[in-house]
Design a protein around this ligand. Structure first.
Ligand SMILES: [Zn+2]
Ligand SMILES: [Zn+2]
Length: 135
């Protein structure tokens, strides 16, 4: 992992937390509700794509990524969709189990052939639909 080498503007000798603040100042402003006075350090799209891909490969959850990037989860999701649209990053592997209808669609989205459990699940869904339509 690349360390965040940014130096806080408030107390340059302390480790940087976020928004140019050290940890004590960050939590103080967080509690006081004055964090908004300190703009987020924004990442360029390229930086985001690189870091997102690295963190995803490391198995980080979205909330862990959001904390590491000093973004809220909503902002991470937005940046993610923008990056996917620009084709800077590949879409997340959907977290669906094989042997379900969702699993079948996940295979299709990834452009790969479905495994047998997923095919069976899909066939079961189609059968159900057919019976429902027929009755
Ligand atoms: Zn400080
Ligand atoms: Zn499958």
């Amino acid at each position: 992992m690349t360390a965040n080498r940014r130096v806080p503007d408030c107390h340059p000798l302390l480790p940087h937390c976020a928004r140019g603040l050290c940890h004590p100042c960050y939590s103080r402003h967080d509690k006081a509700g004055t964090l908004g006075h300190f703009p987020r350090t924004t990442l360029s799209g390229d930086e985001f794509a690189t870091r997102y891909t690295a963190m995803r490969a490391a198995g980080l959850s979205r909330s862990a990524m959001a904390a590491a990037l000093d973004m809220d989860r909503h902002a991470v999701a937005q940046a993610y969709y923008r990056a996917v649209r620009r084709r800077d990053i590949t879409p997340d592997e959907p977290r669906v189990k094989c042997g379900t209808d969702g699993g079948y669609h996940a295979h299709r989205r990834r452009g790969e052939p479905s495994c047998q459990p997923c095919k069976d699940a899909r066939a079961a869904v189609m059968r159900q639909r057919y019976h429902r339509a027929a009755s």
